[in-house]
Design a protein around this ligand. Structure first.
Ligand SMILES: [Zn+2]
Length: 427
């Protein structure tokens, strides 16, 4: 099983993974009990739903060739995204890039913020437990240069060698069976500055990875350099690359494209992970099993339906997401976004509408946000936040109509709690 071809994107990282169809086959034959072999567990999310249920028509899926799809349910092989998830963190350095300062300080750049971020975004459903059992830098036997790691580098041979050496070096102190995923926190002085090239990458669902304590290191995120924009906010926001990379471990695709974050802007951490904090789209929260099925409305029948949507960032069991399927692969999602929870940079609250296409692969633009105010320039001045889409949400009195399908989404009103009443009409 070979890794699929990888697209190198300017300034950004790739999500590297394996063909899901092949993956499923491999998983079913590796009945190990290990934690890193996450294929032995079911993927999180609404997988219990039958397609004949009321939500069935909204469980869009992509073609077999799509490696990492927005489709629901997420295929097996990725790490579990609900319950207690144990993350092994290994801090790694090299002879030509010796760790500067304490390895646990590198760990401290990402924790406890990453744990908190997942707790907030998941409404407490993801109990993320980071551990750093080695404590110190793990010195690799080869220099950084010798591994040949660069932007878009495939798993073979450089990353395979690196993972093998990490396993060999850490094994005396680590039982890999005790963990659900691996974070490799590389000393920041190895490789280029993240301002020039983001090397950070995740290999997800990779059952062909080197084996440690009997389990393949199938879901591993590598973080390089520091995503420091020089604005002085690194200590607050620099960790956000890790929830992005771990999003891949849980099966989420990249939403930025070769052209950057213009498709989704700052409305999802899989689109933009620099600068001010942001949350995930409601679609992703449903995909990850963080919204109950009862919080999702599926509008598959002709007619007009009324929906009350609570702000996505607020905890609680109210309705959070409405989906209007166009066909078996695409549809429109509707949710309410406010400045709350992880969404600290929201400058215009309201109803966010976006198109989801499960047949479009990671990094190719599987989701696009509908801008209620095209070419406005946006309302945010926050650094590293895509400005144009920052005022994309629709306000009471506004509507969106898809001319191809006749689907119309109207925002009727709001109450003091920020709940929005929405009408959906389809033919
Ligand atoms: Zn990514």
């Amino acid at each position: 099983m070979q890794p699929s071809s990888r697209r190198i994107r300017p300034r950004r990282r790739t999500a590297a993974l394996f063909s899901v169809s092949v993956l499923t086959l491999a998983v079913s034959t590796s009945a190990g009990s290990g934690q890193l072999a996450t294929g032995s567990k079911s993927a999180a999310g609404p997988i219990s739903l039958a397609r004949s249920s009321p939500l069935g028509p909204c469980m869009i899926s992509g073609s077999m060739g799509v490696q990492m799809s927005e489709g629901i349910p997420t295929p097996a092989g990725y790490a579990r995204s609900t319950g207690t998830v144990r993350a092994l963190n290994l801090m790694v350095d090299f002879s030509d890039a010796p760790g500067q300062g304490k390895a646990l300080d590198r760990f401290g750049e990402f924790f406890p913020q990453t744990t908190e971020w997942f707790r907030t975004s998941s409404y407490g459903r993801l109990d993320y437990r980071p551990q750093a059992p080695t404590g110190d830098w793990l010195r690799m036997p080869k220099s950084f240069k010798e591994y040949g790691i660069e932007r878009g580098a495939p798993f073979d041979p450089g990353y395979r060698e690196l993972v093998q050496d990490i396993v060999t070096t850490a094994d005396p102190k680590v039982n890999f069976q005790d963990y659900d995923l691996l974070n490799v926190l590389i000393t920041p002085n190895a490789g280029p500055s993240a301002l020039d090239t983001v090397l950070s990458v995740t290999f997800a669902g990779n059952t062909e990875a080197p084996v440690a304590d009997g389990v393949p290191v199938a879901n591993a995120s590598f973080v390089y350099s520091r995503q420091d924009d020089g604005s002085g906010s690194y200590a607050e926001t620099g960790y956000r690359v890790l929830p992005h990379e771990n999003g891949h471990v849980f099966g989420l695709p990249d939403l930025y494209t070769q052209d950057g974050g213009g498709a989704v802007g700052h409305w999802d951490i899989m689109s933009e992970d620099w600068g001010a904090d942001n949350d995930l789209l409601g679609w992703h929260k449903w995909k990850l099993g963080w919204l109950d099925d009862s919080q999702v409305g599926c509008v598959a029948e002709p007619g007009t339906t009324e929906h009350v949507l609570a702000p996505l960032a607020e905890p609680g069991t109210d309705g959070k997401l409405v989906f209007v399927p166009v066909d078996s692969k695409t549809g429109y999602a509707v949710e309410v976004r406010t400045q709350a929870g992880n969404d600290e940079s929201v400058c215009k609250s309201g109803v966010l509408i976006y198109k989801v296409n499960a047949d479009v692969d990671t990094g190719q633009g599987p989701i696009s946000v509908v801008d209620s105010t095209k070419d406005s320039g946006g309302c945010t001045r926050s650094p590293n936040v895509h400005a144009e889409l920052s005022d994309a949400p629709f306000s009471p009195g506004q509507y969106f109509k898809d001319l191809d399908t006749g689907i119309r989404i109207t925002v009727a009103g709001t109450d003091p709690k920020g709940n929005h009443r929405v009408y959906v009409t389809r033919h």
